[in-house]
Ligand binder design. Structure first.
Ligand SMILES: Cc1cc2nc3c(=O)[nH]c(=O)nc-3n(C[C@H](O)[C@H](O)[C@H](O)COP(=O)(O)OP(=O)(O)OC[C@H]3O[C@@H](n4cnc5c(N)ncnc54)[C@H](O)[C@@H]3O)c2cc1C
Length: 467
């Protein structure tokens, strides 16, 4: 490729598109390299449903205001203070009224649906989901004149004394090089790279299911770390939920999540319970179950419910395994019938009478059982019984690149690389040191994508004037 681009964007999801559109609108020539073929473009962003942003009043799709302080306190709560306060505040402030910018670039919203109402005030839901949002952004980017190469996987970056000069990428079986004044790295995390996950999770990672796309393998993160970029975030932290073990290894998306846990019991391969299934409301707890299942032998677990609970949660995409008795269920799941019968009998005997209420932290709890079940504990005694196999489903990783408020990548000596910017999951660890709150991944990507696009354009145009 002979052309010298102003801005090269590596990645094809939300952060990449926000950066590319912004840089192009500022007058730059922009090339995007997306690993995926066109049909699968959009990274994990195409699996999303909503994003949260600061707003002072409700509108057609948000039920009320969500101000900076509340947003900040929500973040403090989930991260337990593991966040870069300055950058986190920056993201929150810059997210103000983001919905308007998204609509101007093709995004469409809808009111929250039943089942997601607790997010109706804080989070804006994408009409048609993340896939529709990505398609709209690609259409807008195309109209603006952003060039996109699909099936183009960046392998290496050439740096001359800390300054980016060119990128080497594979495209349809050929190795090619492209030069640009500035590069924006928006290539996601490394959650699809099981070998890398094994470095911190051990061999257990082999049994993880990747909820998102197979392309987020962390190549650009590794390349930049090798070039001396300063890492941020804990490699053992990330977002993992318990999902249906029958889900495909990659790209199963949100439908493979199972929400039955609070209404039943969860046993491991040995037929034993290992954690309080009714600790708190499911939206507050589902993200711990990925890690819990990862800690069990063979990284497999089974959720069992009975006929009383089958209508209390979102139906599963794979039908449950059904049985007329616990012994039969054990056989169907490949568990030891004696062990499972013993576990269920012990659980049933420990359940104390109380008023059952699926929408409240109710009084139905066990007594004298280890581990206890603190809420929604009812005996498993009403056939048919239903079983669901569970595996850890990894959503995204937190180890990333340290960035400045201007989205510049910080090198080991603490100095920002002048023409290397990062946005999205590759730098989310600056703000999410641990924990997660729904809709914040897209906030970070949109805010930082726009900052990276703006700052990259500024730098590229200055360089172009000088030359
Ligand atoms: C099932 C699921 C549901 C989710 N739901 C939500 C939600 O509702 N709200 C929310 O805020 N967050 C949600 N998230 C998290 C959200 O997806 C991410 O935070 C967000 O998409 C990150 O955006 P990104 O642009 O950084 O990465 P991505 O959207 O993953 O994009 C990365 C892109 O880089 C490309 N790429 C990777 N390596 C290379 C390379 N070497 N060369 C070229 N291209 C490369 C990939 O193909 C991909 O296009 C969800 C995640 C999953 C898996």
């Amino acid at each position: 490729m002979n052309k010298l681009y102003d801005v090269l964007v590596i990645g094809g999801g939300n952060a990449a598109l926000c950066a590319a559109m912004t840089a192009r609108e500022a007058g730059c020539s922009v090339l995007m390299l997306e690993s995926a073929p066109r049909e699968f473009r959009g990274g994990n962003s195409r699996h999303t449903r909503n994003l949260r942003y600061c707003h002072d009043q409700g509108n057609a799709f948000l039920t009320g205001p969500y101000e900076e302080e509340e947003f900040w306190n929500d973040l403090l709560l989930v991260t337990k203070g593991q966040t870069n306060q300055a950058l986190a505040r920056h993201v929150i402030r810059e997210s103000r009224n983001l919905g308007g910018w998204m609509e101007a670039h093709g995004g469409r919203f809808q009111p929250a649906m039943r089942g997601t109402l607790h997010l109706a005030r804080t989070n804006a839901f994408f009409l048609g989901g993340g896939k529709a949002l990505m398609n709209a952004y690609y259409a807008t980017a195309g109209r603006l004149g952003v060039e996109v190469l699909y099936e183009a996987t960046c392998q290496d970056l050439e740096l001359d004394q800390g300054v980016f000069t060119a990128a080497r990428f594979d495209h349809l079986g050929e190795s090619r090089t492209v030069q640009a004044r500035v590069v924006v790295l928006a290539s996601g995390g490394y959650e699809a790279n099981l070998d890398w996950l094994k470095e911190s999770w051990g061999p257990a990672a082999e049994n993880f299911i990747v909820r998102g796309c197979p392309y987020d393998r962390g190549r650009m993160l590794r390349v930049m770390l090798d070039h001396g970029a300063r890492p941020v975030g804990d490699p053992t932290q990330g977002h993992a939920v318990a999902i249906d073990a029958r889900a495909p290894k990659f790209d199963g998306g949100i439908v493979t999540r199972l929400d039955c846990v609070p209404f039943g019991i969860v046993v491991n391969r040995d037929g034993r319970r290992f954690h309080d299934e009714g600790e708190d409301f499911w939206p507050k707890r589902y993200a711990i179950w990925g890690r819990l299942v990862a800690g069990q032998p063979d990284q497999i677990a089974y959720c069992l419910i009975d006929a009383k609970s089958i209508d209390l949660f979102m139906p599963s995409v794979f039908p449950p395994i059904t049985a007329g008795s616990i012994g039969e269920m054990a056989e169907r799941l490949g568990l030891d019938p004696n062990a499972l019968e013993q576990t269920v009998a012990g659980f049933n005997a420990a359940v104390r009478p109380g008023r059952f209420h699926p929408g409240e932290l109710d009084e139905c709890a066990t007594a004298g059982l280890d581990p206890p079940k603190s809420h929604w504990a009812r005996p498993l005694n009403t056939p048919p019984f239903y079983g669901y196999p569970l595996r850890p489903g990894i959503t995204f990783t937190y180890l990333g690149l340290t960035v400045t408020a201007r989205a510049q990548v910080v090198m080991a000596d603490g100095q920002p690389a002048p023409n290397i910017f990062a946005a999205g999951e590759i730098m989310a660890g600056n703000i999410l040191g641990q924990g997660y709150m729904a809709g914040f991944g897209m906030t970070i990507g949109t805010v930082y994508g726009r900052i990276a696009g703006r700052e990259a354009a500024r730098h590229a145009l200055e360089q172009s004037e000088r030359s």
